[in-house]
Design a protein. Sequence first.
Length: 105
Amino acid sequence: MIHFMRTKIGRLRLIGFLEGSSLLFLLCVAVPAKYLYGNPALVRAVGTVHGLLFLLFVFNALSVGVEQRWPFKTTTWKVLVACIIPFGTFYIDWKILSRIDQDKA
């Protein structure tokens, strides 16, 4: 985990992992709890956290893209679209971000 905090791309990867994990928790735990037990409080709390992580990922992706001079047509837009698609952050981490992070190390 400390490795991820050393670079901006590492932090972007960590935020992407947390954002994807929060969606997974939201869909697998919070939503069933709402409909099975009639308790919407967990959806409200986890949904808020997921929304904040989503925004944090978008802003960090743009920041890293500008700083690293990523070509928008080949890299930046893929990273931004990935955060809109459910669990796309896991895919984009595996396909693009991990390779960029390894090249920088």
